[in-house]
Design a protein around this ligand. Structure first.
Ligand code: SF4
Length: 698
């Protein structure tokens, strides 16, 4: 941190990493970001974590793509074989004209042979344009993004039972709660600034119930720490709700006024006594009873969850249980009460809202709704598109394998690292006739590209982003892009024109204005207002309403205004441990690294703090294996194997391995299971049977 003599200009924008959406001030000198400070945004009040404060230098990294690239005619066979700093044997530089013409030629007229992955890292306007390009340009809905790998099952359950996929209350509302559950989430590492509010809540006497198979960082602040067996969420949550029913602790008045299907839920829960569920979930019956009484006895209580809940083949059922728990206790729609799935990427909420998903148009209008499809084609001026739901991320990769999809446009996603059973995804990418990749670095996915379009980092472009709190915030350019790199919206528009679409946007503000025509969630939110105020929460009820932090106090956007109880049965994980693969693998993030590592591993401070691929094992497991902390282990599943440095971590149960997924040299997703939840279509990243052995060199 310096003073004003150290910089020429300062620009307010939004941190590009997690869904907390901290507002930042970028201090710029000589077209370089010198440092970053937190400013007074609604989600951070000046606070930043290590990523937001020190993780910006990747934008000036030598590996930035500065010119369009086209695969050479004599390039080696497609594979993960390109050095991102030295790509000359595989790609050649091209002009924008040539690259865009080439990109469009390989896509044009191919209808259902084309699919697109957009990005939760891009702005709302860019996400909107991307889904429009696929729908209007190719007539179908084969467009998705990484929500499919993170909270799709939470959204499926929320849409089904509450009628809306977003949070019912901001995380800051924990300040008005007296009890909170945090389940399947590790905010200290993954939503660090939100975690500061959770810690403050406990300092003033709030009871924090932490539920996680790992002893995550918040355990030190917890009134109750339930380290349950992986994959047994439904048995544990149903047991807690059983007690609430058995002891008459539910809110009968709220249930009668605002819900449906209560009798079915109540009958279903009869079978889930704590005594019966304790041996399954590994939490003692007395503890389950105490948690039930604590939560049901709260004046105001919130439930937060993360991907530990959603990334299971029963992820939707897990979320259904959390929704039922809040409904039966009347803990929605009041200060300090609500449901809050902690969204991962900085703009995964906004990209989903903008329709970057195969089953919904912007604002979650079903693609099968004839009226809404007509409303969009009317605004778009042309281009009927199918009423049939499109394929999801993993389904698209399967369709590529089967030869049904032959060309893809990938903007800012990295399926060659992020997909489950990633060798399957890499094989699929290699099979494509034509792959267009738009990114800021030559990612693992770009290794397989036919043409690469150099894009802009967050600090080089304008655009709005929407955080986990439903706060729509303004991102602003602080520096110019390197070389010939261009803003993503500009690239999308130029590509669309070459696909024959009549697009004439001149700025992201034009796109935002079009989005508002069919997105009621943006009512009373304008580009100019965001430019003035930096953030407005949706829904906003008037031009001077900062937005509603809490929703559904007077009913739900469902038939008769009622939320629904959907009973959840126990479903075993797909890949159950056996004699060959006796332990449980779970994957996740670390504080210093973000997702597939393309940005944070190019940040000096962050990569300096956490430079080597690692996994975490309990001390007793390391002793049994004869491996010292810092030595290497071999992890093997039915899909493949990797060697990786082992760390000692008492927070991990003796039969578990925790494996971060940011490291290409030991890619976690070589091991993970592609089986998906039937509703959210999200893979079971949180549970694979694994064998752990000492590596030969250990
Ligand atoms: Fe950025 Fe999230 Fe950290 Fe805030 S908490 S600084 S949004 S990574």
């Amino acid at each position: 941190v310096g003073d004003s003599a150290d910089y020429d200009s300062e620009v307010e924008s939004i941190c590009p990493f997690c869904g907390v959406g901290c507002q930042i001030s970028l201090k710029v000198k000589d077209n370089k970001v010198k440092y970053v400070e937190g400013i007074n945004g609604p989600a951070n009040e000046g606070r930043l974590c290590v990523k937001g404060r020190f993780g910006f230098d990747y934008i000036h990294h030598d590996h930035r793509l500065t010119k369009p690239l086209i695969r050479r005619d004599d390039a080696p066979a497609k594979g993960l074989n390109v050095d991102p700093g030295n790509w000359g044997e595989v790609f050649r530089e091209a002009s924008w004209e040539e690259a865009l013409d080439f990109a469009a030629k390989g896509l044009k007229g191919r209808g259902r042979e084309v699919a697109g992955f957009g990005s939760a890292k891009c702005a709302n306007e860019e996400a909107y344009l991307f889904q429009k390009l696929i729908r209007q340009g190719f007539g179908h809905n084969n467009v998705d993004h990484c929500t499919r790998l993170c909270h799709a099952s939470s959204v499926a359950a929320l849409m089904e039972n509450v009628g809306s996929g977003a949070v019912t209350a901001t995380f800051n509302e924990i300040g008005n709660a007296d009890v909170a559950i945090v389940i399947g989430a590790n905010p200290v590492e993954n939503h660090p600034v939100a975690a500061t509010y959770f810690k403050q809540f406990t300092k003033r006497g709030g009871k924090l119930i932490v539920m996680d198979p790992r002893g995550v960082g918040l355990r030190r602040f917890a009134s109750h720490m339930l380290q349950f067996r992986p994959g047994t969420d439904v048995s544990m949550l149903n047991a807690i709700m059983h007690v609430i029913v058995e002891e008459g602790l539910y809110d009968a008045q709220y249930i009668a006024a605002y819900t449906e299907n209560w009798e079915a839920e109540k009958a279903h829960l009869e079978d889930f006594s704590p005594e019966k569920m304790a041996p399954i979930c590994g939490i003692e019956a007395d503890v389950l009873r105490d948690v039930a009484r604590t939560f049901a006895g709260a004046n105001a209580a919130m439930i937060f969850w993360g991907m530990g809940v959603s990334q299971h083949i029963h992820g939707t059922d897990n979320s259904r249980c959390l929704i039922s728990l809040a409904l039966m206790t009347g803990q929605i729609g009041r200060p300090g009460a609500g449901l809050h799935p902690l969204r991962g990427q900085n703009n995964v909420q906004g990209a989903s809202d903008a329709g970057l998903i195969p089953m919904f148009l912007p604002d979650y209008q079903p693609v099968g709704d004839d009226g809404m499809r007509s409303a969009f084609t009317e605004v778009w001026g042309s281009g009927d598109f199918s009423a049939e739901k499109g394929l999801t991320v993993t389904e698209i990769m399967d369709a590529v394998h089967d030869g049904d999809i032959k060309a893809m446009y990938v903007l800012g996603e990295n399926p060659a690292m992020s997909d489950p059973d990633v060798d399957h995804a890499r094989d699929a990418l290699a099979k494509l006739d034509h792959l267009v990749v738009q990114d800021i670095f030559l990612t693992e996915t770009a290794n397989y590209a036919d043409v690469i379009l150099p894009a802009s980092a967050f600090a080089e472009k304008s655009g709005t982003v929407t955080n986990t709190n439903r706060q729509v915030q303004m991102g602003r350019p602080a520096v110019t892009p390197p070389g010939e790199a261009r803003e993503d919206w500009w690239i999308e528009v130029e590509l669309a024109k070459r696909l024959g679409l009549d697009w004439s946007y001149e700025s992201p503000a034009d796109v935002f204005a079009e989005m508002k025509l069919n997105m009621k969630s943006f009512d009373n939110i304008t580009w100019d207002r965001l430019a003035r105020e930096n953030a407005v929460t949706y829904p906003s009820l008037s031009a001077d309403d900062p937005g509603q932090a809490i929703v559904f106090g007077d009913g739900f956007p469902r038939p008769e205004g009622r939320a629904k109880f959907t009973p959840a049965a126990i479903v075993a994980p797909d890949d159950v441990p056996d004699a060959d693969y006796p332990m449980i693998l779970t994957t996740g993030r670390q504080l210093e690294h973000w997702h597939t590592g393309s940005m944070t591993r190019r940040s000096k401070v962050l990569d300096g703090l956490e430079p080597e691929a690692n996994c975490s094992l309990h001390p007793s497991t390391l002793r049994r294996l004869g491996v010292a902390p810092g030595e290497h282990v071999r992890l093997s599943t039915k899909r493949g194997s990797i060697e990786i440095m082992a760390r000692e971590d008492r927070a991990v149960a003796p039969d578990m391995v925790f494996l971060p997924f940011a490291y290409v040299e030991a890619a976690a997703n070589i091991l993970t299971n592609p089986a998906v939840d039937p509703y959210g279509k999200i893979p079971e990243f949180k549970f694979s049977a694994v064998r752990v052995e000492a590596a030969k060199e250990a």
